[in-house]
Design a binder for this molecule. Structure first.
Ligand code: FAD
Length: 429
């Protein structure tokens, strides 16, 4: 389905400027309640900032080990060389200035019954409501031979960290001779950022085209189809002809084993691909703190109430961002932002004995595929009438139209940059 740009731009902007629509003004007699947020990324920073701005009666503490947050979004542009790591690095002083108590430490355990969180540094924090947004864990060993040590040779570049993984991949691309093969291993669903690997292929191709035009990209995929596939493949044919080979799982694209020292990616049926640079994006699950707290199910992700994002097994804990099972919604920064606001609004209502606001969630995922060339996918989601699951609102979104549309591609690249600026302001105050 296609739709016009102005509507797309409006959809993209909506949740960043507006709180969930039914929030009420807070009365002067509201008692102070403790909102604890774990994880200072897309879900957690949004939650802390939104809570302070919207519910001044809430006492908000954010627990995040890192002093700076390097976003995954726009990390692919660092690989292309069109952004520097400093441009995607954010600090927490803005949140402090808003009145959030920021504690740089790891949460090491959650006692849901006692409403207490233990920190690595020894402190114990108590809460009335907890927002948990710890992101993902990489499933080391799910691909044979791919562990933390192997990721120092074959970087994943798939968690925010300190940017070291993205910089390592960038350095390897710079050091690679012209004519080398860059291999990618791409996981099956569900995983963080469905269009991310394909934006990455595009941004690596953009770098190679400029600096090492005889080089090739071999993308080995554990799936048979991917997000915005037609748009990506059109762009690859137009911008990078002959440079990218995408191998789906039904053509032996699923990587099951790696040999990091030899830089070999091995597929399901035993085909060994020796490459010059390997980017391995392994299968994922909810971050460790969520599984250790017993919040995950057999899928490895956290089941939640679609209206409030409260855990199905632990009352008082709202799990937002990539760690939960969000039905048809993608694991994106935008959804983390949107669900964080609904979770905070629900937590605030429940603390005051009120009904949580009606839920509506927004997503726009932009991808850069070349210079002045952006594409996107949009969706609006709501819980079903029974409140048991989330469904995409019929006719609400879609993807950019296909065809030779240079003006539209240029505008979407600009919208993407505006999205990045507005969402990071919305997170970090
Ligand atoms: C290459 C790439 C490109 C992407 N591009 C886009 C894009 O264009 N648009 C988009 O919408 N999304 C994009 N995404 C997806 C987006 O990054 C994630 O969906 C988003 O970061 C999820 O937010 P989160 O809060 O769940 O996790 P994160 O943003 O990863 O934040 C989790 C935070 O929790 C902290 N944490 C973890 N465990 C603990 C603990 N025990 N105690 C305390 N803190 C803890 C971590 O340090 C981290 O800071 C991209 C992802 C990748 C990999």
């Amino acid at each position: 389905m296609t739709h016009t740009l102005p509507r797309r731009a409006l959809l993209a902007a909506a949740p960043l400027v507006a709180a969930p629509s039914v929030l009420r003004a807070q009365g002067p007699n509201a008692t102070q309640a403790r909102l604890l947020v774990i994880g200072g990324g897309f879900g957690g920073a949004t939650a802390a900032n939104f809570a302070r701005r919207t519910y001044p009666w809430l006492d908000v503490t954010l627990v995040e080990p890192k002093r700076h947050f390097v976003t995954c979004p726009y990390g692919n542009l660092v690989l292309a060389g069109t952004r520097q790591i400093g441009q995607i690095t954010h600090g927490y002083d803005g949140l402090r200035a808003r009145g959030v108590r920021v504690v740089h430490d790891w949460a090491t355990g959650i006692d849901a019954a006692a409403r207490r969180v233990r920190l690595a540094g020894g402190e114990t924090l108590t809460y009335d409501r907890l927002i948990l947004s710890p992101g993902i864990a990489l499933r080391w060993g799910a691909i044979e031979g791919y562990d933390e040590a192997a990721s120092e040779i074959m970087p994943h570049g798939w968690v925010p960290g300190d940017g070291a993984q993205t910089l390592l991949l960038r350095r390897q691309l710079e050091e690679m001779p012209d004519g080398g093969v860059v291999g990618l291993a791409i996981p099956a669903n569900p995983f963080r950022c469905p269009p991310g690997p394909y934006e990455r292929i595009s941004m690596i191709a953009s770098y190679l085209k400029r600096h090492k035009p005889r080089s090739k990209i071999l993308a080995l995929d554990a799936k048979e189809a991917f997000s915005k596939q037609g748009l990506f493949q059109d762009a690859w044919a137009q911008l990078y002809p002959g440079m990218i080979e995408w191998v789906p799982s039904n053509r032996d694209g699923k990587v099951t084993k790696v040999d990091a020292r030899e830089r070999v990616l091995e597929t399901e049926f035993g085909t060994r691909h020796k490459v010059a640079v390997a980017n391995v994006i392994p299968p994922q699950s909810a971050a460790r703190i969520a599984s250790e707290a017993g919040l995950t199910d057999q899928s490895g992700w956290v089941p939640v109430n679609p209206r409030t994002f409260e855990s199905r097994v632990a009352p008082g804990i709202h799990v937002v961002g990539d760690a939960n099972i969000p039905g048809p919604m993608p694991k994106s920064g935008y959804i983390a932002n949107s669900t964080a606001k609904q979770a905070v609004a629900s937590a605030a209502a429940l603390l005051r004995g009120e009904t949580p606001p009606e839920a509506v969630y927004f997503n726009t995922c932009y991808s850069h595929v070349g210079e002045d060339y952006g594409i996107s996918i949009v969706g609006v989601f709501r819980p079903n009438a029974e409140g048991t699951a989330i469904a995409e609102v019929q006719g609400s979104g879609g993807v950019s139209p296909r065809g030779n549309l240079p003006e539209q591609r240029k505008l979407e690249a600009l919208y993407a940059d505006a999205w990045y600026d507005s969402i990071t302001k919305d997170m970090f105050a």
